[in-house]
Design a protein around this ligand. Structure first.
Ligand code: LZ1
Length: 494
């Protein structure tokens, strides 16, 4: 046999071993797991799942295998939960079992199991508890953050006035404003809207978020083990995430140098003080790495989710001017023109509140939720899910569950209104997920959505440069996130 022959033989043997290993791993512990489509070696269920719109394909697969099934995303074995009942039974009724964190391959590249959102066990517990307390100490959920939001709304209104009724893309108007709220909490101050570094940070956030929703981003979820070393768009996302980390590291360092342990100025200071207090505790998770990556998570999540929801929501209002008109009418009646909105107004504005809920349901910004993981061997609906198995609670399948919403595919605020026009809660509304790892940014997000929307509509009317009937409110991309199509808007002062 010549050298080339030997090489090919070697290659064939390697490949066979890989296929055998992959098949063996797919079969392992499969005994009483939920059913699902048969995986192929190496690629798993790629043919069934595809790489475009996982929400759609995962919901489609559940038509055949039921609300609880097993899928293989490349080498990842994931239990998928679809529909309100299954998600609720798992995440709420068995909160402890389903309270672990699964993978988000793109974000994991930077987090590596550190920071508050993408960690597990004792680390997640300590960081989550302390983050919630510290956010509250800096006003989140209280009057003081409400005032900060209203103050920031003024800067936004001023910036919007300068558009002079001409068409513009609202993306960065919204993300600068939204980001400045969380920035004041974590960095102690807002950024100037013209600050070049600020804009470049926002760009890094928006673009890496965008990547997670592209076909490449989905492919990366399946094959991150290999793709992380290969060229491709994932590299750009890594670079953006690394840029954000570098900025946060610099901020943390600057805080360290000027720290007064008796007077924390912001979230970072509080964590640094906690780190000092716990430096004798060998079980402390308050390390520099966890501080940097927790701040990065909070900065990222506190910027992109609310601003994407508002951007998507505005597009919907451009399509349905009659809905905008009803919000105007409610603002006029409850708030008037002579004072700023406040959180107490919300309970007297059922229509506006219903529209915001419908934005969050319909837009379904994080359609698969953040992946979970079972923390022990778990019995669920007669199946056994082995400890450590990843779980996708498909929030989109809950938001579009026909047993919970009368016409899920239609944008209709009546999904959250009763016959008397009063606000009607829905148990199937879970944009912040539910259970042990639900989003603790919820209180802040809810305040921002209400106060920014009402502030803007109190001062402006929306006009679309294109005919409303030509506006497409279906998502441009659905992956980790669900993103609206790009558009322009005109704001006319009222
Ligand atoms: C997050 C989100 C997105 C990315 C990382 C953390 N928390 C939304 N909420």
């Amino acid at each position: 046999m010549d050298l080339l022959g030997a090489f090919y033989l070697f290659l064939v043997i390697c490949l066979s071993c890989l296929i055998l290993l992959s098949t063996w791993r797919q079969m392992q512990g499969r005994g009483k797991m939920p059913p699902g489509p048969t995986p192929l070696p190496l690629i798993g269920n790629l043919p069934q799942v595809g790489i475009k719109d996982m929400r759609k394909s995962l919901m489609k697969i559940s038509e055949r295998y039921g609300p609880v099934y097993t899928i293989h995303l490349g080498p990842r074995r994931v239990v998928v939960l679809c529909g309100y009942q299954a998600v609720k039974e798992a995440l709420l009724d068995q909160a402890e079992d389903f309270g672990g964190r699964g993978k988000q391959a793109t974000f994991d590249w930077i987090f590596q199991g550190y920071g508050v959102a993408f960690s597990n066990g004792e680390r997640a517990k300590q960081l989550r508890r302390y983050s919630i307390t510290t956010l509250r100490n800096f006003g989140v959920g209280k009057r003081s953050i409400e005032e900060r939001i209203l103050e920031e709304a003024h800067f936004l209104l001023e910036a919007l006035r300068s558009t002079k009724g001409l068409p513009f893309d609202p993306t960065y108007f919204l993300s600068r404003t939204v980001s400045n709220i969380i920035s004041s909490v974590i960095f102690g101050d807002r950024f100037d809207y013209e600050d070049k570094e600020f804009i470049s940070l926002l760009c890094m956030i928006t673009e890496s978020f965008h990547f997670t929703s592209t076909a490449w981003g989905q492919l990366y979820e399946m094959f991150s083990g290999t793709m992380r070393y290969l060229p491709g768009p994932q590299r750009a996302a890594f670079k953006q995430l690394a840029g954000l980390e570098k900025f946060i590291k610099r901020k943390v360092k600057a805080n360290q140098e000027t720290l007064d342990p008796n007077a924390p100025r912001d979230f970072i200071d509080s964590f640094l003080i906690k780190m000092q207090q716990e430096k004798e505790n060998p079980f402390s998770e308050f390390s520099l790495k966890n501080i940097v990556l927790t701040v990065l998570t909070v900065f990222f999540a506190g910027t992109e989710t609310v601003s994407t929801t508002l951007r998507y929501g505005f597009l919907i209002l451009l399509k349905y001017p009659q809905i905008e008109a009803k919000i105007h009418e409610e603002i006029e009646r409850v708030i008037g023109r002579n004072r700023a909105p406040n959180m107490e107004d919300r309970s007297r504005m059922p229509y506006t509140n219903a529209v915001i809920h419908e934005f969050q349901r319909f837009c379904d910004i994080i359609p698969l939720g953040l992946a979970r993981r079972v923390t022990r061997d778990t019995q669920f609906r007669g199946y056994t899910i082995p400890k450590g198995t990843e779980v996708y609670p498909v929030l989109g399948s809950v938001h579009y569950d026909p047993t919970q919403f009368s016409s899920p595919d239609t944008f209709d605020p009546r999904h959250f209104l009763d016959d008397n026009g009063q606000f009607k809660k829905s148990e199937a509304f879970m944009p912040f997920s539910i259970g042990k790892r639900y989003c603790f940014g919820e209180v802040l997000a809810v305040m921002e959505l209400f106060l920014f929307l009402t502030s803007i509509l109190q001062n402006f009317s929306f006009r679309s440069p294109v005919d409303p009937k030509d506006i497409d409110i279906s998502p441009k991309l659905v992956g980790f996130a669900s993103l609206p199509r790009s558009y322009e808007i005109c704001l006319v002062p009222r």
